[in-house]
Structures are given as structure tokens and as C-alpha cells.
Design a protein around this ligand. Structure first.
Ligand code: CAA
Ligand code: FAD
Length: 379
């Protein structure tokens, strides 16, 4: 496998790095502390093409490959994982899902605006009683002829209060089990659609996470994505690609923490020398760098599989499983390298450590990734 990056890949990576350093770094600590959504920054990310990177230019997208997306996600996540989850949901769950499976009308109406970041989207699968066990949908979409009557509650929805377009998974025919589930495009402001309070989170505190309540919301039939009963497969297929985005987010959190640890170890002196001269610190950095390189290769492998139309369910799950573990381990060690300074906000590593944890939970927990991987291995 040759992961020689092209000129275009390197340009995307450099643009994302520059944007992260100049636009995201200032204020990232404050946004985390006050749970402030990076609205201005997301708008600029849209203008720079980061919100619909892989979308066909005919729908206003960047027409880029998944490798470019991984590289950009890593750079943005090094600095601000709250901004990168907004980017990831919009790119790989909402834009990709509509472009791959939506009707031409849906693409014209929604995708053309989602791809530029003019509006952002949310992906609503999880419910209070259906997280990992995603087929146990309690939200119902009753078929009423020319519309669906939507009732139920979704929880933990990223971009919950900032999105304009919500892809909502709901059960139409219980007797058919997962084959009776549909994916519907719900617009913010539809009558009967309410947004619950913002969750007060451990990490990615700049992103907004909400419960959503639907009471007799009338969703026109033309807002269903794909054929009747395709909703669960839609969700699974979309999440397979989404996991590459979250794997790259985890990779970025790890590499951001590692870079800070290297820098600090050359500045801080203890026992008359820079702490980087102590072998215990050197070995930590060696372990971090090795794990990060392995995580990066898994992310690129999964992206390459997707770009070459090979099966990427297993490689994406492997990338997410491994990169999220590396993010957790690396950030804990980066705090350790910083000593007491690592425990306070100014040095960034404590935030990266808090942000890392979610990558082992959302878009399928690490246990769920192992289920996906082992089913592929044994089939
Ligand atoms: N593509 C298309 N179809 C797929 C698929 C895929 N990648 N994976 C499974 N399916 C299909 C199966 O073929 C099956 O259909 P048939 O019976 O017709 O063959 C159907 O889906 C059901 O599959 P399973 O029998 O494997 O279902 P299961 O109940 O055993 O569950 C699971 C499988 C992998 C555990 C799944 O429930 C799952 O992924 N759970 C985790 C949910 C999750 O990731 N949630 C994330 C929410 S979004 C989010 O978190 C966003 C964010 O934070 C930012
Ligand atoms: P549970 O499914 O109850 O799991 C609890 C524990 O049991 C976990 O450790 C799990 O791995 C384990 N477990 C469960 N089943 C098994 C099994 N069969 N074998 C082994 N172990 C198992 N969802 C959306 O739809 N859209 C979003 O935008 C979104 N954003 C999120 C943002 C945040 C900040 C958070 C916290 C969550 C978000 N989620 C979103 C929800 C997320 O996808 C779920 O939290 C996740 O899928 C786990 O579901 P759960 O929380 O119900 O945990």
C-alpha cells in the first residue's frame, strides 16, 4: 500500500492546519469552558470547503477524496475536537447519506446548502432506550398516505440546536423489525418538533448535544430517504463511513497532544536538564509516536478502501477502535509529561484528554466496533 500523498492532499492538509492554528486555537479554551458553539468558525470552515469536502461539485461540494477528508479532520481535531465533530457529522453522516441515497430533489433542496456550510445537518439514530442496540427504535413514523406522522424522542444529538436539517431514523412497521425502519429528513421548525436542553458534557463541550422531541410531526413522503424500509440499512451504511471521520478525529486529538508533549519536554527543566533528556519521558514519546503512526495508517487504509470502492466496514471500525484507544492513552500520557501544568486549562492537554473519551463512545462504542470487526472476520 503506497500512501504517498499528492500535491492536492498536502495542500488540503496545509490549509486545514493553517485554519486550525489561526482561527480555532484562539478562544478554544474559552469555548470549552463556556460550552460555546464555534458558530463563526464553522461558517468559515464552510467557506473554505471543509463542510462538504467529498460532495460532488455539481452539488457545491469540494469533490475531494476520503484521504483528503482524513487529513483535514486530523488537523482540525488537533486543535478543536468540538469543531471537528460538527464537521464530521455534516460531511460523513448528513452530506454523504443524502448524496448516496437521497433523491435528486433532496440533493437540490438540502445537499447544495449543506455542502457549503450555509446550513448544517444532524443525524438522529440514538434514543434513550436504543443506543448500541440501534434496531430497538421506539420513535415511530406512521404511514399516513402522503406523509409520515413522527412521534418519539432522540437523544445525544450532535448539532441538536444548530442544525437546520435532521435525518431522523424511525420505525414505520414494527412487524418487519429493522426492515420496517425509515430515514426521514426533518426540517427545523416543523410543527411538533422541539429541542431539549443542552447536555453539560465532559468533553467536546463546544459542540451542542441535545435531545429532540417529536409530537405528531407531519413529514412529507418525499422526505423519506430511499425505499420504504431502507432506514436501518441507510443508518448502518452511513455510519460505516462516519467511523472513518471519528477515527481521524481521535487521531488528531492524539497527535495534537503528542506535539504539545514534545514541545513541553524540550522546554521544562528538572534535575538540571530538559525533561526530554530523561529516558522515562523519551520512552513515553516513543510509544505515543509509534501508536499515532499506526492509527494514522489504519485511518488512511480505511479511507483508501472507501475511495477505491472496496469494503470499508471492517477497516473503518478497526481504525476507530484503535485510534480512539490511542487518543485516550496518548492524552493521559501527555498530561503526565506536563506534570502539574498538564492539569490546568492553559496547556490544552487536559481538554484533549477530556475530548478523547467520546471517540470510544459515539458512532458505535469500542465494544460495538469489535462486534462489527469480528462479524466480518467470521462471516
Ligand atoms: N451497511 C448496510 N447494511 C448493513 C450494514 C452496513 N454497514 N451493517 C448491517 N447492515 C444490515 C444487515 O445486513 C441487516 O440487514 P438484513 O437482515 O436484511 O441482512 C441489518 O442491517 C441488521 O443488521 P444486524 O443483524 O447486524 O443488526 P444488529 O441488531 O445485530 O446490530 C450493530 C448491529 C452493528 C450492533 C448496530 O446496531 C450498530 O452499529 N450499533 C451502534 C449504533 C451506532 O453506531 N450509533 C451511532 C449513532 S450516530 C452518532 O453517534 C453520531 C455522533 O456521535 C457524532
Ligand atoms: P449503551 O448502548 O447503553 O451501552 C452501554 C455500555 O454497554 C457500553 O459500554 C456498550 O459498549 C456496552 N454494550 C452494549 N451492548 C453491548 C454488546 N452487545 N456487547 C458488548 N457491550 C455492549 N447519536 C446519534 O444518533 N446522533 C448523534 O449525533 C450523536 N451524538 C452524540 C454525541 C455525544 C456527546 C454523545 C455522548 C453521544 C452521541 N450519540 C449520538 C449517541 C451515541 O452514539 C451513543 O451514546 C452510543 O451509540 C452508545 O449508546 P448508549 O449511550 O445508549 O450506550
Amino acid at each position: 500500500m503506497n500512501f504517498q500523498l499528492t500535491e492536492e492532499h498536502l495542500a488540503v492538509q496545509a490549509a486545514a492546519r493553517e485554519f486550525a492554528q489561526t482561527e480555532l486555537l484562539p478562544g478554544v479554551i474559552e469555548r470549552d469552558e463556556h460550552q460555546k458553539f464555534p458558530a463563526e468558525q464553522i461558517k468559515k470552515m464552510g467557506e473554505l470547503g471543509f463542510m462538504g469536502m467529498m460532495v460532488d461539485p455539481k452539488y457545491n461540494g469540494g469533490g475531494m477524496d476520503t484521504i483528503s477528508y482524513v487529513l483535514a479532520m486530523e488537523e482540525i481535531s488537533k486543535v478543536d475536537a468540538s469543531a471537528s465533530v460538527v464537521m464530521s457529522v455534516n460531511n460523513s453522516l448528513v452530506c454523504w447519506g443524502i448524496e448516496k441515497y437521497g433523491s435528486e430533489e433532496q440533493k437540490q433542496k438540502y445537499l447544495t446548502k449543506l455542502a457549503t456550510g450555509e446550513i448544517i445537518g444532524a443525524f438522529c439514530l440514538s434514543e434513550p432506550e436504543a443506543g448500541s442496540d440501534a434496531t430497538s427504535q421506539r420513535t415511530t413514523a406512521e404511514d399516513k398516505g402522503d406523509y409520515y406522522l413522527l412521534n418519539g424522542t432522540k437523544n445525544w444529538i450532535t448539532n441538536g440546536s444548530t442544525a437546520s436539517v435532521y435525518i431522523v431514523i424511525a420505525q414505520t412497521d414494527v412487524a418487519k423489525g429493522h426492515r420496517g425502519i425509515n430515514a426521514l429528513i426533518v426540517e427545523r421548525g416543523m410543527e411538533g418538533f422541539e429541542i431539549g436542553p443542552k447536555e453539560n458534557k465532559l468533553g467536546i463541550r463546544g459542540s451542542d448535544t441535545h435531545s429532540l422531541m417529536f409530537t405528531d410531526v407531519k413529514v412529507p413522503k418525499e422526505n423519506r430517504i430511499g425505499e420504504d424500509g431502507f432506514g436501518f440499512k441507510f443508518a448502518m451504511s452511513t455510519l460505516a463511513g462516519g467511523r472513518i471521520g471519528i477515527a481521524s478525529q481521535a487521531l488528531g486529538i492524539a497527535s495534537g497532544a503528542y506535539e504539545l508533549a514534545v514541545k513541553y519536554s524540550k522546554e521544562r527543566k528538572a534535575f538540571g536538564v530538559e525533561i526530554a533528556k530523561h529516558q522515562a519521558i523519551q520512552f513515553k514519546l516513543a510509544d505515543m509516536a509509534t501508536n499515532i503512526e499506526a492509527a494514522r495508517l489504519l485511518c488512511l487504509q480505511a479511507a483508501h478502501d472507501k475511495d477505491t470502492h472496496s469494503d470499508y466496514g471492517k477497516s473503518g471500525a478497526m481504525a476507530k477502535l484503535f485510534a480512539s484507544k490511542v487518543a485516550m492513552e496518548t492524552t493521559v500520557e501527555a498530561v503526565q509529561v506536563h506534570g502539574g501544568y498538564g492539569f490546568v486549562k492553559e496547556y490544552h492537554v487536559e481538554r484533549l484528554m477530556r475530548d478523547a473519551k467520546i471517540t470510544q463512545i459515539y458512532e458505535g462504542t469500542s465494544e460495538i466496533q469489535k462486534i462489527v470487526i469480528s462479524r466480518e472476520l467470521l462471516k
